[in-house]
Design a protein around this ligand. Sequence first.
Ligand code: PLP
Length: 429
Amino acid sequence: MSNVFYRSSKSYPVAVRAGGVFIETQEGRSLLDGSSGALVANIGHGRTQVAQAMAEQASRLAFVHGSQFTSDVLEAYASRLAAFLDLPAFRFWAVSGGSEANESAIKLARQYHVERGEPGRFKVITRVPSYHGASLGALAASGMGARREVYAPLIREDAWPKMPKPDPTLSGEEDAERLRAVLEAAGPDSVAAFICEPVVGASDAALAPNAGYHARIAAICREYGVLFVADEVMSGMGRCGAPLAVRLGGDVTPDIVVLGKGLAAGYAPLAGLMASPEVYGTVMDGSGAFKHGFTYAGHPVSVAAGLSVLDIVEQEELVQAARERGTQLLAGLEGLKDRHPQVLEVRGQGLLLGVVLGDPATGQAFERPGLADRVAAAAREEGLLTYPGSGAVDGVRGDHLLLGPPLSITPAEVDLLLERLDRALARTG
Ligand code: PLP
């Protein structure tokens, strides 16, 4: 009998080691990590350079509490990160996971308005579908019915007005203009922030708006005195072929950028936010303290992992690699779409790609859900890991698979991924 509290009643293979883009199980199977776990393992598995940096940090300074100290490693990392993201004057607030980072962003936006003398601003506009995390505040922000249902009594719905998802048939500007109506309906003076994923992740398989969207969103937010929060937990750190996905369709600087996943690429729990000088300055010049904090915020060992990961991302030019391998993978997926009619659409940016599955007769999700789970199970048997999501909810078109291998994947490994997915689709067509 196991004492582990598993996530579900299905049976889980036991992972024992991993290297590059492959994860090995206790039974000796080698699985190609086509989704970097949940879009986390950006530099691939088994990098001893990162492990050594963490061991060195743990021996020298494993922990200090953020209410008492900063640390040399945190100072160095914040500067490197600000330069990498081209957010030179922004301040880095480090936490352990994407949900914590979004909780922090939401609370910071709220406190910013209180400090400015506008305590009436508390609402946060979010989109449907969206996913911002599992903790209650981040979940309340998430437009994902299935994950919210059970907790609905704990959520004050009017605090979280919802905007429709990006519509690729509209120009980016027209699409973004739809925020105005949501703001007006919510009462602009009651809104603290708008938050979105620049490229939607797990909730709608790499859906991205057209160019110009985020710049117009930023302009509307400015006009109404609302903070623009970009949740780049999945899309950031090079995953989409740019340090920040929010800048893919035009030059834009959000007020708060939320990061996670690829930050330490799975070597340690690390996430955080970057706050603009205006947001940071307002709080520090006002009450003088962000009224929020987690015990493990800015943990030196996690930050050391992040620093070492950033070294690798820069030395191996993995942002450019994400663009190149992403182009190769997307072209291969287009080929699979031609061969397998249940593939309705393939899309995405860099190495954050989505395969939308459904009924070729209707162009919609099958009435009987679960196709993505069946394809993912077949892919696993073929030696490929994918990240399935179900459709027919929250306006999502079909079941889908999210693909996002490590940015360090080689061209030959991209071909292998496509071969295995091809066989899985053939078995489930
Ligand atoms: N934000 C986005 C866009 C995500 O994709 C996720 C996780 O998938 C989160 C936040 C939550 O991050 P975590 O699971 O690290 O708490």
